[in-house]
Design a protein around this ligand. Structure first.
Ligand code: FAD
Ligand code: SF4
Length: 510
């Protein structure tokens, strides 16, 4: 018997023509539903550019589907008929088109998946929940890999993904004889002269409509909208990828950890938001990058470094998220309780590295990995900020932030709130690291060379204070033994100053 037809909800991060739900659907018979849902848009205080990017990309995708002959029902945020609730809208359309079922590609967000599936189970609507197969590693494969392992480490997982994908492999061996060329990827830059620029896009009329909506409905939100220039279609995102491969990829590896005051992008790709919403396919991106190696356009350390971020880190953090949710969001290994300092929203701080990074986040909804990890993340952990508040900030301010990728990076990698489930030691560093990897310190009101007193770089004493107050949790960590040997040597002479400076500085923040 012929089905009456299905409703195919497409979420804001499922904007791929090859998404499982569309592959399972019939263009002539089924109805695609896309909703700008209030419940999602107001879930966190999202950056204005992030909202604009997602809504505009959704509207463009709906237009593309319609042009291809799909029957699309699209509800804008301010449509009078939009209840704001995704499930209610699904129910309504099922009734309106007399559909006999819903075909849903699994949401990437644990809460949304639970909510929708819970509703379906209590209702009489039949539904199919399809796994999102835009990832190399399925849930089942990650679980099988994680089972029985004492520790979950990206490096082991990554080798499996290399073998599985065949990327940069010769038979069963990694090309170049090594799996990882990170040791070559720690060069620094004096300034931003001659660096390539990502390509950006002037907002078209659809995007301008969304910008007006965001200006009106989210007026008080963090972020500058005037500088919005993200790609909002797959074609534009493909042009951004071409530009990255042509101009930045060859040096991506060398300067992966470098931070510059005058160049926010250095040699990074600025592609994560496109990959995460579905405008670019992650594996196709990796194959293009691999081809640049085989063509002699980019060296192995750059290409391996880039591919590792995607089939290694990106796939690994997704596995961690689903493996440990829902308890992952509440983890707080160090029992940190401080409020997130207000300057994370205002950039009003004299610490130049943080001010610069937060200003750039405000202006572009972007910061590269080391800025997220070693500046804003490192500071929050050293200062003892409640990791859940840190997580909420990252989720809100970056255009690429979706909980499945943001939470493990923030709570696990940057705050060590999971006690080491995904990292072997906390990413804690003093001002010395920031000085070595950036050009911020030269213009800063604090002195990175000073260890104590009101002019000393706050990272210097916060670092030792963090290690000292968490000795019981960290001293046995093999990787931190040399650091604790140093602490044992200096604690009597410097300990009192470190405690005094830390208290004075943290009191001044609140
Ligand atoms: P590039 O440096 O050019 O890297 C290439 C690609 O690799 C990225 O586009 C991205 O798809 C992938 N990638 C790189 N590192 C990671 C990683 N650690 N985890 C997952 N994918 C990675 N990434 C997000 O996509 N969304 C987030 O919400 C997010 N939150 C983060 C929060 C913190 C505290 C930290 C430390 C990292 C976070 N990351 C997040 C990872 C990483 O910082 C971003 O993917 C990267 O900065 C995006 O910029 P890019 O596209 O220029 O990346
Ligand atoms: Fe940041 Fe300290 Fe350097 Fe100032 S001196 S830019 S606070 S690391």
């Amino acid at each position: 018997m012929m089905n009456a037809g299905a409703v195919i909800p497409i979420l804001g991060d499922q904007l791929s023509h090859e998404i499982a739900g569309l592959r399972a659907a019939c263009r002539e018979r089924d109805c695609v539903l896309m909703v700008e849902a209030h419940a999602e848009a107001y879930y966190a205080p999202y950056h204005k550019q992030k909202l604009t990017f997602i809504f505009s990309a959704m509207r463009h995708f709906a237009e593309e589907l319609e042009a291809l002959g799909w029957n699309v029902r699209y509800l804008k945020l301010d449509d009078p008929g939009n209840s704001g609730d995704l499930y209610l809208e699904i129910e309504r359309v099922v009734q309106a088109v007399s559909a006999d079922r819903v075909i849903l590609t699994e949401p990437g967000n644990w809460r949304l998946r639970e909510t929708l599936v819970g509703h379906f189970k209590r209702s009489s609507i039949s539904y199919e929940l399809l796994e999102d197969d835009r990832f190399l590693c399925s849930h089942g494969e990650f679980e099988a890999w994680a089972q029985d392992r004492k520790q979950l480490r990206m490096e082991h997982f990554y080798r499996r993904m290399r073998r599985k994908s065949g990327l940069l492999m010769r038979g069963d061996a990694p090309i170049g004889g090594k799996w990882n060329f990170d040791a070559e990827n720690r060069k620094t830059l004096a300034n931003g002269d001659g660096l390539p620029s990502p390509i950006f896009f002037a907002p078209g009329s659809l995007t301008k409509d969304v910008m007006s909506l965001v200006r009106q409905s989210f007026a008080g939100r963090f972020g500058t909208l005037e500088t919005f220039n993200f790609a909002v279609t797959a074609n534009q995102a493909a042009a951004a990828l071409d530009n990255f491969i042509e101009n930045a990829l060859p040096h991506f590896g060398d300067y992966q950890d470098a931070m510059l005051r005058d160049s926010r992008y250095v040699y990074h790709s600025v592609l994560s938001q496109y990959i995460n919403v579905g405008l670019l396919d992650p594996l196709a991106v990796c194959r293009r990058v691999e081809a640049a190696y085989h063509d002699g356009h980019a060296p192995l350390n750059a290409v391996e470094g880039f591919i590792r971020q995607i089939i290694g880190w990106r796939e690994f953090v997704r596995g961690i998220y689903w493996h440990f949710m829902p308890s992952y969001l509440d983890m707080n290994y160090f029992n940190h309780k401080r409020k997130l300092p207000e300057f994370y929203w205002t950039a009003d701080t004299e610490m130049l590295c943080l001010r610069s990074s937060i200003e750039q986040t405000r202006d572009s909804a972007y910061a590269h990995h080391i800025q997220r990890l070693m500046l804003t993340g490192n500071f929050a952990m050293l200062a003892g900020v409640d990791p859940h508040q840190v997580h909420e900030w990252y989720l809100a301010v970056y255009a690429d932030a979706f909980e499945w990728v943001e939470a493990p990076n923030t709570l696990g990698m940057s705050q060590f709130a999971d006690g080491g489930l995904m990292s072997s030691k906390p990413y804690a560093a003093s001002g010395n690291y920031i000085k070595r990897m950036s050009n911020y310190c030269d213009g800063c009101r604090y002195s990175v060379a000073k260890r104590s007193g009101p002019d000393a770089c706050p990272f210097n004493y916060l670092y030792w204070n963090f290690l000292s107050r968490n000795q019981d949790k960290l001293k046995q960590n093999v990787r931190l033994r040399p650091v604790y040997r140093t602490w044992d040597r200096i604690k009597d002479s410097r300990g009192p100053d470190i405690k005094r400076d830390t208290e004075r500085f943290l009191n001044s923040l609140y």
